[in-house]
Each structure stands twice: as C-alpha cells, then as structure tokens.
Design a binder for this molecule. Structure first.
Ligand SMILES: [Zn+2]
Length: 363
C-alpha cells in the first residue's frame, strides 16, 4: 500500500485497483483507545484491513476498485471533549475547523495536532469526495455478550444506536469541612451523587437497548477538608430508537433539575454530542450476511450496535456495513479484552468473500 497521514491525523493505506485512481472500498476502524483499554477495540478492524490487502497483494490480485485501509485517529473522545472528529473530517462533516478545545491537562487540540505536524484549521481537508469511496466496511469486536451467549463467531450489524453525550456542571458552595454545619451545606458532590443514581434508575426503566451512564466525574476543589463546591460530570444515553433515547433524556433532565433545586446547587447541562441512529446499508448488510452464512454455515445474528463506531459517521459519505466479532465475556474498554483467533480467521474469510462478491456484483 501507499500510505499517508491525512489532514485529520488518520493513517491511510491505498492498494490500487485494476486502473489507477479507481474509487475505493474503504476498510478500517480506529487506532485510538480509551484510557486503560484493551488491544482489540478498533485496532483489530484496522489490522484486518491490512491483512486483507496483504492477502490480495500476495496473490497479485486486484479489483475494479482500490482497497483503502484507514485507521481513524479519534473515535473514543477519550482525550478531548469530542469524539469521532477524524471520521467526521473524512466524511466531509467538518465544514470548518473544529473549535479549539483542551484536554484535562490543559493542552489544546491545536497544540496536540501541531506536535504531529498537523494543523487544526486544516482538518476539514481530510474530507473525501463521495465519488472516491464506494462503500465502507468495518470489522469490530462486539463489545457485548450476545455473540458469546449464542455461540457465534461473528454477527452482522443492522444499525448503530442513537447516542447523546452531555457535560454537566453542578455548582454549590465550597466550605470548610470542619466548620460548615451539615444543615447549611450546598454540597455539589452529594447532589451529583444523587444525580448519578437517578440517571441509573432511568436507564434501568426503559427497553433493554436503553443505557444511561455517568463515566466521568471531577470534584472541585477535590481535597479532603473542603466541602465540594463544584462537580463536573458526563452523561451518556443511547438507544436503538432515537425517540426512546430522547424520552429518557427528558426524564433525566427533569430529575436533575428537581434535585438541584432541592439541594440549592446550580445546574448547567450542555450537549456535547448528538449522534442519530444510523442504519447500515441494507444491500451491503445482506451481502455481508450471505458471506457470513457461507463461511459459518448458519444464518448470522443481526444486531443493533449499542456502541458508536466510525461507520455511523462514514454513512454520511458512503454506504456502510459492519461485521461484529465475538469477544471474550463481552468485555471491552478493559485490558482483559480478548478474541479467539479462530473467530478472527472466520471474520477474515467473511470479509474476503464480501470483497469478492462486491467486485462480482459491480457493473
Ligand atoms: Zn471501537
């Protein structure tokens, strides 16, 4: 492959088709991870793309389209308060440079990019033209327990769940832990604690694909002898159906407003991310299902992905499809993440079959 790093910091490899500059079948996933994450989330899908190209290069086989492998640079949003920035750039959704932002250490996105020779204001130049990309195929670990429970190596994704991410700031009054009587406190942390439990309860009250999570919480000033004056935390709400997600979000907001008023703390909720439910392309998903059936000998499980993926962003650029690979215990975002190599081999076979069918069916 000819490789390059695009203007958004994505690593891209291109294996030419039968004719130079042919449009590409894009294969990939992300190469960033969460803090203390595992080895397979994202990276496995990128390496499978590399292996597919190696497989065809070894045979000297080329297609009427190019194969491009992409490793997206920011899917998780672990460092900066935004996620999927780099796939958004590729999909052409960054019409202008994103607003500069800071990581928890105070380093700006501008400076972090500059360290790698990239410029914040040039990120939108990573945009691909729709006629350059025929389709996007992403293989990813399931990150859930369904395939394992059903004893399946792979599954086919039909849609990716709608997702909201909020940033919440609760402000009370900081005070001396020794002298401020309990009755007079406006403790932002106890208010936030109540909020966390309310969010959990609302998440539990909906259909099984509704999930609500507080995963990040910062206490200010965060010292043992001061009543916390301010707490900042995240809320993540997802469901296969946007209406379910939206209704849960309204409930959360109402619950938080009520408890903030009762506890005399101020409440600011800002929306960080609103990702609609993304259906995978029906025709490509059928092709992927047929390939999976041919390889595994059974009709594959079709499933909604509760996790967000670059595929949902790429859907704005090209038709997308996704293959899930069983992971041990459904565990992800954890160093214990594991896959069975024979499952990965089956996924690889499914992908080769898909690529060859894709070539065969194109006029
Ligand atoms: Zn991932």
């Amino acid at each position: 492959m000819k490789t390059r790093i695009d203007a958004a910091g994505n690593l891209v490899g291109r294996y030419e088709g039968l004719t130079p500059d042919a449009p590409a079948l894009l294969i990939g996933s992300h190469i960033d991870s969460v803090r203390d994450g595992g080895r397979y989330d994202g990276m496995l899908g990128v390496l499978m793309g590399v292996e597919l190209v190696a497989h065809y290069a070894a045979q000297g086989r080329r297609f009427p389209f190019a194969l491009e492998v992409i490793g997206f640079g920011d899917e998780e949003g672990s460092r900066f308060p935004a996620a999927m920035l780099t796939s958004r750039a590729v999909a052409g959704l960054l019409k202008e440079a994103p607003a500069d932002m800071q990581d928890p250490a105070g380093i700006t996105l501008h400076d972090a990019l500059a360290e790698d020779g990239l410029a914040l204001e040039r990120m939108p130049e990573a945009a691909r033209k729709p006629d350059e990309i025929l389709a996007y195929l992403e293989a990813h670990i399931e990150q859930g327990p369904v395939l394992e429970a059903e004893n399946r190596a792979v599954g086919v994704v039909t849609a990716i769940a709608a997702q909201y991410r909020f940033h919440v700031r609760m402000k009370g009054v900081a005070g001396h832990a020794g002298t401020m009587p309990m009755s007079l406190r406006q403790d932002a942390l106890t208010a936030a604690a109540e909020a966390v439990l309310a969010i959990e309860k609302i998440g539990q009250s909906g259909p099984s694909d509704l999930v609500a999570t507080v995963g990040q919480l910062t206490v200010v000033p965060g010292v043992p002898n001061v009543v916390p004056g301010e707490v900042v935390f995240s809320i993540d709400v997802r469901a296969g159906d946007a209406a379910v997600r939206n209704a849960a979000t309204v409930e959360i907001r109402t619950a938080l407003e009520a408890l903030a008023a009762r506890r005399k703390v101020t409440l600011e909720i800002s929306l960080q991310q609103d990702l609609p439910a993304t259906p995978c392309d029906a025709a490509l998903t059928d092709m992927l299902s047929e390939a999976a059936q041919a390889v595994t000998g059974t009709v594959p499980r079709r499933m909604v992905s509760g996790a967000g993926h670059d595929a949902m962003i790429l859907a704005a650029l090209a038709p997308v499809c996704m293959l899930f690979i069983r992971c041990e215990g459904g565990i992800s975002h954890n160093p214990a993440e594991a896959v069975d190599p024979s499952d990965v081999e089956q996924a690889f076979q499914v992908m080769t079959r898909f690529i060859e069918d894709f070539a065969g069916r194109r006029p």
